[in-house]
Design a protein. Structure first.
Length: 184
């Protein structure tokens, strides 16, 4: 009887470890919109500062930044999400426009997930789920989830946004993506 209880406890503790490993994959579930909103707010502020530093007055009502979050479900690799542009139009071949901005003088600018490469089109964030253990019922204790910027090595990833003149294609500069996005 005691041996059966020990085996049962070992099996249960094994499933506890399995739950903690998979928590990184699932901690973003249900928080996709929150992650997207936090990235968009951070980038909108960074874009405003980018143009302010260059003494270019922008029309705040003409500043649009919109992204889509996609969870990367490859269980063999690092759990991560990718943000891609969703404003419409294409900047470089293969890169969807993530934002558009108009200066007060009418000059229009596009914002792309890229450092200048044609195939970069995604900001990739590692999913980091942590917790301090489980309660008696198996619920996570002190659970937290954040996204950390990284390069998965798939060739599509970038750690910057490219700002370019929409008419001439002239590159105005790069804006680094936020290093972390805390969710909860």
């Amino acid at each position: 009887m005691l041996l059966r209880i020990l085996i049962l406890l070992l099996l249960l503790s094994g499933s506890t470890f399995a739950a903690s490993v998979s928590s990184s994959y699932t901690c973003v579930q249900g928080h996709e919109q929150e992650a997207t909103t936090k990235l968009q707010a951070s980038i909108t502020e960074a874009l405003t500062n980018f143009f302010k530093v260059r003494n270019i007055e922008i029309n705040n009502s003409a500043l649009h930044f919109n992204v889509t979050l996609t969870a990367q479900t490859n269980i063999d690799g690092t759990p991560h999400v990718g943000f891609t542009g969703n404003t419409g139009g294409a900047g470089l071949s293969g890169s969807a426009t993530a934002g558009t901005i108009a200066a007060k003088d009418g000059t229009k600018f596009n914002v792309l997930f890229s450092s200048g490469s044609d195939n970069q089109d995604m900001g990739e964030y590692r999913i980091v789920g942590t917790q301090s253990g489980f309660d008696r019922e198996g619920n996570p204790i002190n659970r937290h989830c954040q996204l950390n910027l990284f390069d998965s090595g798939d060739g599509e990833a970038t750690k910057t946004l490219l700002v370019l003149n929409a008419g001439s294609g002239h590159i105005l500069g790069l804006i680094p993506l936020p290093a972390q996005i805390p969710l909860y």
